[in-house]
Design a binder for this molecule. Structure first.
Ligand code: ZN
Ligand code: MN
Length: 497
């Protein structure tokens, strides 16, 4: 492999504010077209934008969580271009003095010093250079800007309509340095970024609805070279799979051009997820094409240190730290804690379940990752709306561990526990499902079984102690799974002596 791929990403994330960035129109998704608009977001001349403070706070939150420098002075600029979804013919954005500078996200083993950060199976095979699994992806900047409206095309594009409900919605654009060298790294970076933004609760990061979308700049250079090759930009990708495939495709395309001794044309591309190919959209524009100039209708943003540190104090525990803590505090494996922290609410659920029963944390984790997840899948519920309270999971594990019910019964009764909304105590009482620990009853059943199965007893006496399992199984059968296996084993050993 003679070529090394270099990728820089620009991620647009919609902030989940109630109102738009410069007016008080609602941002809610799915309203009838053009019902959430006013003179400001429709771009009438002579109106004055006013900055939404909640959007500012969320941008600062993102910056602090991503290790950026939050600038105490920043300003807005007009980015001029023509497109029908942009009525003002300029976007209010930030150019040379953004709200945040620098920052980084660590991917792979850098982030948690563990070995479970393996690249996905599929990514190992790809041509597009090796996944190093160990990198700090630096951020260039984060800036605040407004979204454009949306064009709605009728079938066969006979007509096009403009919906300005989205126009003026607050976005942050997160820009990385060209520190990414494979499609797998790009996807891992984006997944980590998305997880952090979700933990911060500043965006719903709904990729289908377009509130987390990504542009990628890609170039290839000869291995060992320090000069970057000509780059192309792929616009507006909003699935992880699509991003992976687009980068992979673009690597191959550029490789072919370079191997033939030709030059890659600097241009903007669209990735078609159906054909799996990129296609030319337009020549790549440079910053000067946009004729940026300072927005005269908005004052610069001046922040003082106490404002920034107040927001810093509100940042919750982030995924990497939580993952490490779950391993340290509860003895969970890297993999298991990784699954738990992949959804903030799942992590919260686990911790509530384990709260009263830290000794069973691993068992509780297993239960959540198997039984709870399977009910969630079957009933299409998410963990926030899961009908069994986490405390009940802790209690259930306690009942199993202290021998009140068997693991078998716990599994059997769980779907009903989920469906009924009853407490575990109430359900067990109702079904008389506590374990039979009555010595005499177990002894009687065993005596009968030993008498009925002399051949098995003989085998046991000849040294095949595994046959004991046969009797335990038989007792469980006779008691409808309610026998206490520990008790059965003790009494069986006694009798066989
Ligand atoms: Zn408006
Ligand atoms: Mn942008």
């Amino acid at each position: 492999m003679t070529w090394e791929m270099t990728v820089g990403l620009e991620v647009h994330t919609q902030l989940n504010t109630v109102s738009k960035l410069f007016c008080s129109c609602k941002t809610s998704f799915g309203a009838p077209p053009n019902t959430h608009t006013c003179e400001i977001c429709q771009g009438h001349p002579g109106v004055l934008p006013k900055l939404n403070e909640a959007a500012l706070e969320k941008a600062v939150t993102a910056g602090l969580a991503l290790h950026c420098t939050v600038n105490t002075y920043s300003k807005f600029d007009r980015k001029n271009y023509f497109y029908p979804d942009l009525p003002k013919a300029y976007q209010i954005s930030q150019y040379d003095q953004p709200i945040c500078s620098g920052g980084y996200i660590d991917i792979g083993t850098v982030s948690d010093n563990t070995e479970c950060a393996e690249p996905a199976e599929e990514s190992k095979e790809t041509a597009a250079s090796v996944y190093k699994g160990n990198a700090r992806i630096r951020l260039t900047r984060i800036h605040l800007e407004e979204d454009a409206g949306k064009l709605v095309h009728s079938p066969h594009h006979a007509e096009s309509y403009i919906d300005l409900n989205r126009a003026g919605t607050p976005l942050i654009e997160i820009v990385t340095e060209p520190d990414i060298h494979s499609p797998a790294e790009a996807v891992e970076f984006l997944q980590k970024l998305r997880a952090i933004l979700l933990y911060l609760e500043i965006s719903d990061c709904n990729m289908e609805a377009g509130s987390f979308r990504c542009d990628a700049n890609i170039s290839l250079r000869r291995k060992g070279s320090t000069v970057l090759g000509n780059r192309t930009e792929i616009k507006n990708m909003n699935t992880f799979k699509g991003i992976f495939n687009a980068l992979e495709y673009e690597y191959r395309r550029q490789e072919k051009i370079l191997n033939a001794g030709n030059t890659v044309v600097t241009e903007t591309l669209l990735f078609d997820s159906v054909t799996g190919k990129t296609q030319s959209m337009r020549g790549k524009e440079e910053a000067h094409d946009y004729r940026y100039f300072p927005e005269p209708d908005l004052p610069p943003i001046r922040l003082n240190e106490s404002y920034i540190s107040r927001i810093g104090g509100l940042i919750p525990e982030l995924p990497d730290n939580k993952k490490k803590r779950f391993q340290n505090d509860y003895g969970l494996s890297c993999y298991d804690s990784g699954v738990l922290i992949s959804d903030k609410h799942l992590a919260v659920y686990f911790e509530k379940a384990a709260e009263g029963y830290p000794a069973y944390a691993k068992k509780i984790c297993n239960w959540i990752l198997t039984e709870v997840m399977s009910v969630m899948n079957e009933t299409k519920t998410d963990i926030l709306h899961f009908p069994v309270k986490p405390e009940e999971i802790g209690k259930l594990m306690h009942l199993v561990e202290s021998g009140v019910i068997s693991g078998r019964i716990a599994k059997d009764v769980f779907p009903e526990l989920c469906a009924s909304g009853k407490s575990i105590d109430a359900l067990l009482n109702e079904k008389k499902l506590s374990m039979i620990s009555d010595d005499e009853l177990i002894r009687e059943i065993l005596k009968k079984l030993l008498a009925e199965n002399p051949a098995v007893v003989q085998k046991y006496k000849e040294g095949n102690t595994k046959t004991a399992g046969f009797f335990v199984g038989q007792v469980m059968k006779e008691t409808g799974g309610k026998g206490n296996p520990k008790k059965i084993n003790v009494i069986l050993a006694e009798l066989l002596q």
